[in-house]
Design a protein around this ligand. Sequence first.
Ligand SMILES: Nc1nc(=O)c2c([nH]1)NC[C@@H]1CN(c3ccc(C(=O)N[C@@H](CCC(=O)O)C(=O)O)cc3)C=[N+]21
Ligand SMILES: [Mg+2]
Length: 288
Amino acid sequence: MARVTKIIDGKAVAKQVNEATAKQVAELVAQGVQPGIAVIIVGEDPASQIYVRNKNRKATKLGMHSIVRQLPATTTQEELLAIIAEYNADDQIHGILVQSPLPKQINEPLITMAIDPQKDVDGFHPANVGKLVTNFPGHYPVANTPRGIMTMLKAYDVNPAGKTAVVIGRSTIVGKPMAALLTNANATVTVAHSRTRHLKAVAKTADILVVATGITHLISGEDIKPGATVIDVGMDRDENGKLTGDVDFDSAQGIAGLITPVPGGVGPMTIATLMQTTVELAKWSDRK
Ligand SMILES: Nc1nc(=O)c2c([nH]1)NC[C@@H]1CN(c3ccc(C(=O)N[C@@H](CCC(=O)O)C(=O)O)cc3)C=[N+]21
Ligand SMILES: [Mg+2]
C-alpha cells in the first residue's frame, strides 16, 4: 500500500505561536512595557519591501510597537551604523532587524556586529551564534527560520534525538544554526552543500532532511528516504513566477512521511518566530 505523506501546516503552527505571542504582548503591555521592533531596510528591492511590510503588519496586529526605517540604496556604512546606534539606545525598541540583502557598499558582518546582542532579533550576532553552538544556558536569540523549524517538528511530534538529520545549505541564517539546533536536540547531523559529493545519496540517509539552497527542486522523491520528514526552506520562483521550493513537492508524495509546502510551510513560521523572539527580548531586557 502506498504511503500517505502528511503535509506540515506551517500556517496553522504559526497561528498557534502568534496567539501565544499576542497574549504575552498583552501581559507585558499591562506591566507598562510594549515590545518594540525596528526593521531597517536599505534600498527598494521589491521582494524585501513585501517581507518588511508583512513583518510590520504582523507586529502591529499582535499589539507591538513596530518601526520600519526605509533608507535609500545609496546609504553609507557610517549612516547605517549611526541608525543602529540610535535603536541600540532606544528603550522602546527591543528587537532590531536589518533586512538582507544589503547594497554592496555596506559591510554586512560589520552591521551584524553593531547590533546590541540583546536586541539582535535575528540571532545573527557572533555572541548569540556562539551561545547557540555551545548550547549555552540562559536566554538569547536564535535565528528564527531554524528555530521555527524546530517548533514545527515539535508540533508534529518529530523528536530529532537519535535520528539522522541532513541539512543541505551552510548559510549563517539557516544551515549552520539549523545544524546546531538539531545537534543540541541530539540528532546525528550532516551539513551538506554545493561541494558535497554524492549529495543526493547523502540526502537519502536523512530521517530529517532540511533543504536550504535556493536551487529549485534540487531534491525529488527518489532522493528521499521513505518515511522521512522533509523541511523545504526554499523560496524560489518557477518559470511562471510562482513561488516554489528546493524540493519537488509532487514527487515526494507517497515517499516522505511528512513534508512542508512552499508557500505555507517555513515562511509563516519564520515571521511568527520573529515576533516570538521580539517579545522574549522585551521580557529579558534589563532596560525596560
Ligand atoms: N535580517 C533578515 N531577517 C530575515 O528573517 C530575512 C531577511 N533579513 N531577508 C529576507 C529573508 C526572507 N524572509 C522571509 C520570511 C517569511 C516569508 C514568508 O512568509 N513566506 C510565505 C509566502 C510569501 C510569498 O507569497 O511571497 C510562505 O512561505 O508561505 C518569506 C521570506 C525573511 N528574511
Ligand atoms: Mg546555503
